[in-house]
Design a binder for this molecule. Structure first.
Ligand SMILES: *[C@@H]1O[C@H](CO)[C@@H](O)[C@H](O)[C@H]1NC(C)=O
Ligand SMILES: *[C@@H]1O[C@H](CO)[C@@H](O)[C@H](O)[C@H]1NC(C)=O
Ligand SMILES: *[C@@H]1O[C@H](CO)[C@@H](O)[C@H](O)[C@H]1NC(C)=O
Length: 336
């Protein structure tokens, strides 16, 4: 009887200790990710999903640490919402029925090398942060692809960030934070001749609002004008590879609605065969190669979830003929 009491007293003590520690961990998470909740019900809900994801992350890491998964996961700015909410905040994109890319794309090299990295020449490139309330990767990916292409063409290894916010506000057409696509941004830039992109310094981001703002007039511009854009047919990964190796940062649509993508931290991400939901996130493909640790071929891309997500904001995704990545692939073709 005494033994039984002792055991339970210890158990209760352990529970209180762990409970206290869990509370401290969540408070640290709130500080690290600048979280503020409107009321205690919202905070309890956030803490519930934080704990839930923390457990899943521990389980996944046990697999990854014995090479039974090719990628790692970690807590990030999305860990306090459920997967369904994450998916709903990045709704499936809606495409316009026509396109204006009148010019034939510049032909790429005939044969792509076995590996390629657009940043190999030590370009300093940072992943931007679209925040957690506006689905604006269509604008962030466009801005990033033009920034990279211009940097390569002018050998500027410290390129200025191009403003995605100006595209959201001026080309978003009412769906800039929901279902918009990069093509609309390219059409806006190419159909208004002389419209040059502006830098973030001139048109700063505001990623805490869940709707587009008023299109503000700008004074000076970056002097980067997109003259035309190119499109690659769905699933044509071979052509995608040739364009990427020719120095074109190509944007692709990707389904981010999985636990693994949501919390990705490093390694080669392999999507599950059946995703739980269908959402849209646009990524810029920067290169490809082979990972010896996992023995997998990969694509390397930059996302717009900031540097707290992934490998400083970048991701390696499995490159395989059975899981083509070329989906709605689009790229800046000629810049002037
Ligand atoms: C571009 O934006 C990133 C992220 O906000 C920032 O860290 C970086 O300093 C910016 N780069 C330049 C050249 O201003
Ligand atoms: C972002 O937008 C909100 C709502 O319009 C505004 O209150 C806030 O001051 C803005 N923040 C910045 C940095 O412009
Ligand atoms: C990890 O697993 C992959 C595939 O299962 C295998 O090809 C690779 O050699 C393993 N790597 C190590 C370091 O054990």
């Amino acid at each position: 009887m005494l033994k039984l009491l002792l055991c339970c007293a210890l158990f209760a003590g352990g529970y209180a200790f762990n409970h206290g520690q869990a509370q401290l961990d969540f408070e640290a998470y709130m500080r690290d990710f600048h979280k503020e909740y409107a009321n205690s019900a919202e905070q309890n809900n956030a803490q519930y999903y934080y704990n839930y994801h923390k457990n899943l992350i521990t389980q996944h890491e046990a697999l990854a640490n014995r090479n039974a998964s090719s990628y790692h996961v970690k807590l990030n700015q999305f860990s306090d919402i459920r997967l369904k909410t994450f998916a709903a905040r990045l709704p499936q994109s809606v495409y316009p029925s026509n396109s204006f890319h009148t010019m034939m794309p510049v032909p790429p090299m005939d044969q792509a090398p076995p590996q390629f990295d657009m940043l190999a020449n030590t370009m300093t490139l940072t992943a931007q942060d679209q925040g957690t309330v506006c689905s604006s990767s269509w604008a962030y990916s466009l801005a990033k692809s033009v920034q990279i292409m211009n940097a390569l063409q002018t050998s500027n290894m410290k390129p200025l960030n191009i403003s995605a916010q100006s595209l959201i506000d001026c080309a978003g057409m009412g769906t800039g934070c929901t279902t918009q696509v990069p093509q609309i941004g390219f059409d806006y830039l190419t159909q208004n001749p002389g419209t040059s992109l502006v830098t973030e310094t001139e048109y700063p981001p505001n990623n805490s609002i869940n709707h587009e703002g008023m299109c503000l007039p700008t004074m000076t511009a970056s002097n980067i004008v997109v003259e035309s854009y190119g499109i690659i047919a769905d699933s044509n990964d071979n052509l995608l590879m040739r364009y990427v190796a020719s120095g074109f940062p190509v944007i692709v649509e990707y389904n981010p609605a999985t636990f693994g993508f949501m919390h990705y931290s490093s390694g080669v991400y392999v999507p599950p065969v059946h995703a739980q939901a269908s959402s849209s996130q646009f990524l810029v493909i920067l290169g490809y190669g082979h990972d010896t640790q996992s023995n997998l071929n990969y694509w390397r891309a930059v996302n717009s979830f900031g540097s707290t997500w992934g490998e400083d904001g970048f991701i390696k995704i499995v490159r395989s003929p059975t899981q083509p990545i070329a989906k709605r692939a689009i790229f800046p073709n000629t810049l002037i």
